[in-house]
Structures are given as structure tokens and as C-alpha cells.
Design a protein around this ligand. Structure first.
Ligand code: ATP
Length: 213
């Protein structure tokens, strides 16, 4: 479904990623691990089309990333950040956001359907974003990333700012999404989370050093 071929990335004259090649199968849960500063987030940003590689190619569903309109690609590849970011005053406004930017009517049925999948109830919808907990914020951010039915979900250390209980809840949600066939690439530091994966890709100094199924 996703193919990376010989991806490199430079920051100034420093090489951050070098010769990265791997494929991700439909429905796979791929974990990316490696020491701090090894290039994991940079890799995820490149896959999410937030950064352009210096060289190499990316294909999604057999088509080069360069052939997609940016908004079309971003609909297919959804991104959740380490720090949960809500943009609006209330949770419901945040969940309507992906529709508003596409000039579409919010699909309340889909929002309600996904709430239990991320461990939330309807009660959360009218709450102010600033009063909900970090764990709830991350679950809202995860739900928001699923609304436009992406082909691939990119998770960048999504439990790093959460306590154990909230981290477990997010892990369970990701496990359920994966079991239902969602393709997921998850950058994590947490060794316990690696056990949830179908495959672990280890990155060191900007290179893939190991791929363990
Ligand atoms: N725009 C940039 N300019 C300069 N250096 C950068 C830039 N982007 C990333 N880097 C450097 O590239 C390296 C890889 O960064 P990256 O955030 O991808 O690592 P990481 O493996 O995700 O780290 P962590 O696990 O700590 O989040 C780091 O040394 C970082 O300082």
C-alpha cells in the first residue's frame, strides 16, 4: 500500500535520513523505534507530506505522492502528534473542523459512531477543549484524524505526554483500529508498545538498521 524507496533528507548540510526503503502492507501495524534524534519524526513527516525528501520516492496505492493533489493525499494519510492539539473552543467544533475546511457538512452520525472506538461518550462533545484532560484531548485528536476515513494513520509518540492509564486506553484504541484493518505507522519509544506491532522498524542515525516481523 505504501512504498518508500531510497528516501534521504538533509537539514542544511547535515544528513538526517539516508537511503530509507521499506513497504507497508494494507492493514499492517508497523512500529518505528530508535534512539532520540535518529530521525523517526522526520520520517513520519515525510510520509505525511509535511516535509519533502531530498531524494527518493514514495508511492501510495501504486501512485507517486507527487501525482496526488496535496489535499487528496492528506485525506488518505492522517497524522496524530505527540502533544494533542485542539484548535477550537469546544470539542464538537474541533470535530467539525475536518469537514469545515472541506466545505462539507459535519457527519454527526460518523462522529457518534467513532466516539466509543476511542473510549469517549457523547458527553464530551459540548465540553470546552481547555477543560478536558490530556488523555481525553489525545482521544479527541485521534477521533478527529479518523473522521475523513484515511487509508493510513501516522502516530508520532501519541502516548508520550500521557499517564499510564491514558496511554493504555490509547493503545487499546490503536489495537482495535488495527484489528479492523486500519494501516498504521506508529513511532514509539515505549518497549511495551512494540509488542502490539506486526513489525518493528528500527532506525539509527537516519538509517533502517533492522526490520523485525
Ligand atoms: N529542520 C531541521 N533542522 C535541523 N535539524 C533538524 C531539523 N529537523 C530535524 N533535525 C534534526 O534531525 C535529527 C532527527 O530528528 P527527529 O525529530 O526526526 O528524531 P526522532 O528520532 O524523532 O527523535 P525523538 O525520539 O527525540 O523525537 C535530530 O538530530 C534533529 O535535531
Amino acid at each position: 500500500m505504501l512504498e518508500l524507496n531510497d528516501i534521504s533528507y538533509m537539514a542544511g548540510n547535515r544528513t538526517i535520513l539516508q537511503g530509507i526503503s521499506f513497504n507497508v502492507r494494507k492493514g499492517e501495524l508497523l512500529m518505528v523505534s530508535g534512539p532520540s534524534g535518529s530521525g523517526k519524526s522526520t520520517l513520519l513527516r515525510i510520509i505525511g507530506d509535511q516535509l519533502s525528501p531530498a531524494s527518493g520516492s514514495i508511492r501510495l496505492n501504486g501512485r507517486s505522492i507527487l501525482e496526488y493533489r496535496p489535499e487528496e493525499y492528506r485525506q488518505k494519510v492522517s497524522y496524530v502528534f505527540q502533544t494533542p492539539t485542539l484548535f477550537m473552543d469546544t470539542v464538537i467544533e474541533d470535530l467539525e473542523f475536518p469537514y469545515r475546511i472541506r466545505s462539507a457538512a459535519p457527519d454527526m452520525e460518523r462522529i457518534r459512531e467513532l466516539l466509543p472506538e476511542v473510549g469517549l461518550t457523547e458527553e464530551i462533545l459540548q465540553k470546552e477543549s481547555r477543560v478536558i484532560s490530556g488523555g481525553e484531548k489525545q482521544r479527541v485528536a485521534l477521533l478527529r484524524s479518523l473522521l475523513i476515513a484515511p487509508d493510513i494513520l501516522l502516530l508520532d509518540e501519541v502516548t508520550a505526554s500521557l499517564d499510564r492509564e491514558n496511554a493504555r486506553m490509547i493503545e487499546n484504541t490503536v489495537k482495535c483500529l488495527s484489528a479492523r484493518g486500519m494501516t498504521i505507522i506508529w513511532v514509539t519509544h515505549d518497549p511495551d508498545q512494540l509488542e502490539l506491532s506486526d513489525r518493528v522498524l528500527r532506525i539509527r542515525d537516519g538509517k533502517v538498521v533492522e526490520s523485525i516481523a
